[in-house]
Design a protein around this ligand. Structure first.
Ligand SMILES: Nc1ncnc2c1ncn2[C@@H]1O[C@H](COP(=O)(O)OP(=O)(O)OP(=O)(O)O)[C@@H](O)[C@H]1O
Ligand SMILES: O=P(O)(O)OC[C@H]1O[C@H](OP(=O)(O)OP(=O)(O)O)[C@H](O)[C@@H]1O
Length: 214
């Protein structure tokens, strides 16, 4: 029996829909009266683990799950030792540097050396500013990072932007898009290579779903 790590939160519905198309029914995770974090799907061929989006690659890297669904942004941040097998096409968002709309900066290169940048994605933010040779102080936050520039704690933020509504309603604007992110199918590398429990069969079925939806 294979184990799949499913991300709680904004990717869950599309993840369940895609796995359903591949013959794996984890819709039980959508039932809010159910607090079970591990369920065996109806055919008995697979079990699902419901984990925080950030933790999906952890379960896959350690081999507790052979497959997982996770945003590219998380893979970029954590650089886990997992095999990326498919771009699933949903969960689109961009990873951007943003600042106050009425502030003095119009590009990331305008930011002054040693300024502060708030982010949930500390490594990604650091890598970006290193790549443009701008020394900055990264302030790690766990959420609501838009408050950084609003309160004056930071000059800029590095965060995910999807509809752009959060930036707009907080009078912020994007300075730079670092990359676009979508949900990815990842696998435990050794299990994939050895085709444990016919893993490749499930991977093919999930890949076919991407083509059906596209
Ligand atoms: N508007 C969005 N905001 C955040 N993530 C988005 C958005 N749109 C798509 N995503 C994708 O969904 C993934 C999960 O985001 P979600 O907001 O559900 O969890 P999280 O905030 O990373 O985790 P947690 O709520 O457990 O702290 C992100 O890693 C990203 O790939
Ligand atoms: O462009 P939008 O569609 O408005 O989405 C972007 C917002 O969504 C995410 O936050 P999330 O909802 O995960 O909450 P958080 O601030 O607690 O991380 C992200 O960090 C932005 O704040």
């Amino acid at each position: 029996m294979i184990t799949v790590a499913l991300p709680k939160g904004s990717l869950l519905k599309d993840t369940i829909r895609m796995l359903q198309g591949a013959g794996l029914d984890f819709s039980g995770f959508l039932d809010s009266s159910n607090r079970q974090l591990q369920i065996v799907e109806s055919s008995g061929r697979a079990q699902g683990l419901l984990v925080r989006a950030q933790d999906v690659p952890v379960y896959v890297e350690y081999g507790q799950a052979q497959l997982g669904i996770v945003g590219y942004d998380v893979l970029y941040e954590k650089e886990p030792n997992v095999a990326q097998l498919a771009d699933l096409g949903f969960g689109s968002c961009r990873f951007s540097v943003a600042t106050k709309k009425d502030g003095p900066y119009r590009s990331a290169l305008d930011l002054p050396p040693h300024c502060r940048v708030a982010s949930k994605f500390v490594h990604s933010a650091r890598r970006y500013f290193q790549s443009i040779d701008l020394p900055v102080e990264i302030i790690p936050l766990s959420g609501s990072v838009e408050l950084g520039p609003i309160t004056g704690m930071s000059e800029a933020i590095v965060d995910l932007v999807s509809t752009g509504r959060t930036l707009k309603e907080n009078n912020l604007m994007e300075l730079e898009v670092l990359f676009e992110s979508t949900a990815r199918l990842v696998a435990h590398p050794l299990s994939y290579r050895l085709n444990v429990d016919n893993l490749s069969e499930y991977v093919d079925l999930i890949r076919q779903q991407v083509l059906v939806v596209a």
